[in-house]
Ligand binder design. Structure first.
Ligand SMILES: Cc1cc2nc3c(=O)[nH]c(=O)nc-3n(C[C@H](O)[C@H](O)[C@H](O)COP(=O)(O)OP(=O)(O)OC[C@H]3O[C@@H](n4cnc5c(N)ncnc54)[C@H](O)[C@@H]3O)c2cc1C
Length: 447
């Protein structure tokens, strides 16, 4: 199968076209403010907007190491989906029925809230609430899907089981399972897609409108332990803040925070050229649902507004020492994704890759997000641990974090307001453990 050569490909995410620079350069010097948000992704900008919306009189700065949205937020596939760690049956085993139901319901709330917020703020982010399909893939995947179906039923969560013929009616996939696979897919009605770049851009604009200040190219190198905290910025300058929201996703360990608890993990996606009307007809896909498959290491894909397929999956990668350095373009990653695409999408649809890019997520071992005041830095609230599943949750987390900042307490008994996520103390254990786990998962998927 021909894989496009490096020179033919662009590696800039398509979504950054929706983001205009909304920031200014940090002027240097020493400043005192009420609140600093570190990281201008969806989590940081949503927190900033919610805090200011409730208390516009306070002074708030957003500090962003690159440009707004330059992290995972504009590198994702932009799927607004519910759930924790993608496998409900496994979540029930880990935390029990009641807690799993509570967590899942919070993620449903987050999906709805993200859409409502975009509408309320008038952000044109190409929101489409077409639902989500979880599609059986392979014998092991079919078994996992059956377990998932049981879990959805046990928890009384919104879902619909689809036979092979019903799935085929919605979308024609290459590996659509045969008639004996029951169910062939689960349809989740509360899910959708958006243009994450436009969402980032819209939130940033709203923060500025409420009097917030956003500094780009302002990389934080240290946060002191005091209350208030002193924040040091690369190149010179300090900010003293009563509250600090740390929304740097997989980069938190670079600041010596959450090291061994948040693992920086790299993912890749590819983007096709727009499909022709004839190709769209082959696929069906009138409902434009976002789709994942049911394996442990699953593919996820959706249509963009101009009918391109954006397709993610393949092996997630953890590099030695938890390196957050952007990965070099590696033809192997694209070859792997291309093979997964070819296994999934009917042959009538030629694979014409327009772009591919990589991004960094913040993986935690139990895949449950963690929003908490840091025990040794009382001014700092860490927001993250989305484990690759953060588009809806990051947007919604702004409301939760603002409640914590403005009222001093979490909004309610939310499972993500918790003490530290699991800890892996030493680097060889993290590196070897991650490689071994992904290898075992991939073997189990193929078994
Ligand atoms: C390829 C890929 C596909 C994905 N697909 C989906 C999907 O379909 N659905 C889904 O729900 N999730 C998906 N995700 C995950 C989702 O994108 C993330 O969970 C979410 O965007 C995280 O948002 P954030 O604001 O926490 O982090 P980010 O968007 O990464 O923002 C963090 C920001 O902090 C800045 N920063 C870091 N360090 C510093 C510092 N020292 N000083 C100042 N600023 C700093 C960074 O530059 C960055 O802009 C995907 C992720 C990837 C990589």
């Amino acid at each position: 199968m021909p894989v496009p050569t490096k020179t033919m490909l662009k590696h800039e995410p398509i979504w950054t076209a929706g983001v205009e620079s909304q920031g200014q350069q940090f002027p240097g010097g020493r400043h005192c403010v009420d609140t600093v948000v570190i990281g201008a992704g969806l989590a940081g900008l949503s927190a900033a907007w919610h805090i200011l919306a409730k208390r516009p009189e306070q002074t708030l700065l957003v500090l962003e190491a690159g440009r707004i949205g330059s992290g995972a937020s504009t590198r994702s596939t932009g799927m607004l989906t519910p759930g924790i760690g993608q496998n409900l049956a496994a979540l029930i085993k880990r935390v029990g029925v009641e807690q799993a139901r509570g967590m899942y319901n919070q993620t449903l709330w987050a999906v709805n809230y993200a859409g409502e917020l975009a509408q309320k703020l008038g952000i044109d982010c190409e929101l489409e609430m077409g639902g989500q399909l979880i599609v059986a893939h392979g014998a092991k995947g079919s078994e996992r899907l059956r377990n998932q179906a049981q879990a959805f039923a046990e928890l009384g969560l919104p879902h619909e089981l689809l036979s092979s013929a019903e799935l085929d009616h919605l979308v024609h996939l290459k590996h659509s399972p045969d008639a004996t696979c029951d169910p062939a897919a689960i349809r989740l009605p509360i899910a959708g897609t958006l243009h994450p770049g436009r969402m980032v851009n819209g939130l940033a604009q709203q923060v500025l409108d409420l009097g917030g200040i956003i500094y780009e190219q302002a990389k934080v190198t240290n946060i002191s332990s005091g209350q208030p905290a002193t924040i040091t910025i690369e190149g010179g300058g300090e900010i003293v803040a009563n509250k600090v929201i740390l929304a740097t996703s997989g980069n938190a360990p670079d600041l010596g925070i959450m090291k061994g608890r948040v693992l920086p993990v790299h993912l890749s996606v590819l983007l096709t050229e727009p499909l022709s009307p004839a190709e769209m007809q082959v696929l069906g896909w009138q409902g434009r649902e976002c789709i994942i498959d049911s394996r442990r290491l699953f593919n996820y894909f959706r249509l963009t507004k101009d009918n391109r397929i954006i397709f993610g999956g393949g092996l997630p990668r953890y590099h030695w020492g938890g390196s957050t350095m952007p990965e070099p373009d590696n033809p192997e990653y694209l070859a792997e994704l291309s093979a997964e695409f070819r296994n999934t999408i009917p042959d009538e649809i030629e694979l014409k890759v327009a772009r591919s890019w990589n991004g960094l997520i913040d993986y935690v071992l139990d895949t449950i997000p963690a929003i908490q005041y840091l025990p040794n830095k009382p001014a700092v609230i860490h927001v993250g641990g989305w484990s690759g599943h953060g588009v809806a949750l990051t947007i919604a987390s702004g409301a939760w974090v603002a409640h914590l900042v403005n009222e001093g307490i979490p909004p309610e008994q939310l499972p993500w307001f918790r003490a530290n996520p699991p800890f892996i103390p030493f680097e060889p254990a993290r590196f070897i453990g991650f490689q071994a786990t992904t290898l075992v998962m991939s073997l189990m998927d193929r078994a």
